[in-house]
Design a protein around this ligand. Structure first.
Ligand code: ATP
Length: 413
């Protein structure tokens, strides 16, 4: 296994060559400073699974800021130190790298953020969420490739199980419930049975005391995953959403499966994956629920605006059915494109597609200068006339520049 690990660490298909160079620089410098240095967490998990990795999580037994400063001296770049936690970010274009001082954490109150003290790698692994994330590979000098696995994470990877490190884990930090299910569904693993039993009403009660921002962050991470639908379904089955807030939207499979669809080329739009995930999840919710969730989960304003506009538009879609293209366009221009796209995915309403593909691009040929040339003094009439000309194009009343000029003259008169 040790040999496999070293082979994987040198495999350009798993770690791109530029990251390998970065890693040797770090390893060399750590050896020169006699500072034990490790890759940890998701990196080790994924490399053992033979998956490609991009993020290097570096931990040193020693002062990560001092280590970072020596790296800058030798290899250049810039360091952003965080003195409180003795961590640093090393910016070496095009990369940024987190350098962390090995630490231990104590949870004084369940659900509260932990108290942190510099410590050993052994303690650092003990503060982690699951056994499969609690492994480290040493990289400095002759220690290169040594695996530290005090909690038998490798065996759990082989058994394909997600296991917490101790029975209070979900009480200390109930966001780990979301993380557990995310890994379970991502890798096709299963929650180990005593870990599963720990997801109970006691930790749900603590989950309810967490800030909206912490929970929303976990939901954001779910929507970045290809398997977001399965993750949400599993969390629903475990009662997580319902216990958190009975008004949480139900997970509609038919909607959420569309998160992985790519807008047709003729739409000429790109929609953020996470934003689309939320919109499809909220699509059937009443306006009041969207408002309440937006507050509770501390939605960013882009999401809040799009979700609200989408459910309002959905509610009056039928009453707008016979609207002319110009009326649709004037209305839809006030709504974020992602919201219109999400609603189109579900309803197939032709007007929404027409708006995205054609109507929003329709412009008049005349400009303010043309209006001035026709002797019209600048003022509010300018905007009104240009908007009437555009509506005429949208509604098929003009088809050419000559038609537009004729209409312009009539309007001015
Ligand atoms: P992913 O592939 O999802 O990014 P990752 O393991 O890199 O996985 P991060 O969220 O970047 O995940 O966290 C890095 C490491 O920090 C994890 O592997 C885990 O060891 C630890 N960690 C992160 N969040 C927690 C938490 N809430 N409780 C305990 N340990 C955590």
């Amino acid at each position: 296994m040790q040999k496999d690990l070293i082979r994987h660490l040198r495999d350009p298909n798993l770690i791109p060559p530029e990251k390998q160079t970065l890693l040797s620089s770090i390893a060399g410098q750590a050896a020169a400073m006699n500072m034990p240095c490790y890759l940890v967490g998701g990196f080790v998990r994924d490399i053992l699974l033979g998956k490609s990795v991009n993020d290097l999580d570096i931990i040193v037994e020693g002062d990560a800021i001092q280590f970072g400063e020596s790296l800058v001296k030798k290899y250049g770049g810039k360091l952003t130190p965080h003195t409180k936690f003795r961590t640093a970010i090393w910016h070496l274009a095009p990369d940024t790298l987190d350098l962390i001082t090995a630490r231990n954490e104590t949870y004084i109150n369940p659900g509260a953020l932990p108290t942190i003290k510099p410590s050993t790698i052994g303690d650092d692994l003990l503060r982690r969420d699951f056994t499969i994330n609690a492994m480290a590979v040493r990289v400095d000098g002759e220690h290169f490739g040594e695996l530290l696995d005090p909690l038998n994470g490798q065996a759990d990877l082989e058994k394909k199980i997600i296991r917490v490190l101790h029975p209070r884990s979900f009480m200390d930090d109930p966001t780990r419930i979301f993380r557990a299910v995310r890994y379970e569904q991502r890798y096709g693993f299963i929650l180990e049975h005593s870990t599963l039993r720990l997801i109970n009403s006691e930790c749900f009660a603590i989950l309810n005391t967490l800030s909206g921002q912490r929970i929303r962050h976990e939901i954001d991470l779910i929507f970045t995953e290809e398997n977001s639908l399965k993750i949400l379904l599993r969390l629903s089955d475990l009662g997580v959403f319902n216990r958190f807030d009975p008004n949480m939207p139900k997970v509609n499979e038919k909607y959420l499966v569309l998160q992985n669809s790519i807008p047709p080329a003729e739409f000429a739009i790109s929609v953020d994956r996470v934003l689309l995930g939320y919109l499809l999840w909220l699509l059937d919710s009443p306006v009041e629920v969207v408002n309440a969730l937006s507050k509770r989960l501390d939605f960013k304003s882009e999401l809040s605006k799009a979700a609200l506009a989408m459910v309002q538009l959905k509610n009056d879609l039928i009453s707008r059915k016979d609207f002319k293209p110009s009326a649709w366009t004037i209305h839809l221009e006030k709504i974020p494109l992602a919201a219109i796209y999400a609603l189109w995915l579900i309803t197939n309403e032709p007007a929404l597609k027409e708006f995205i593909v054609r109507w929003r691009h329709v412009k008049t040929k005349s400009t303010g200068d043309d209006l001035k040339a026709h002797g019209l003094p600048p003022g509010p009439r300018f905007g009104e006339i240009l908007s009437q000309l555009r509506s005429a194009w949208l509604d098929g009343k003009v088809h050419s520049f000559e038609d537009e000029l004729r209409l312009l003259e009539t309007l001015i008169r």
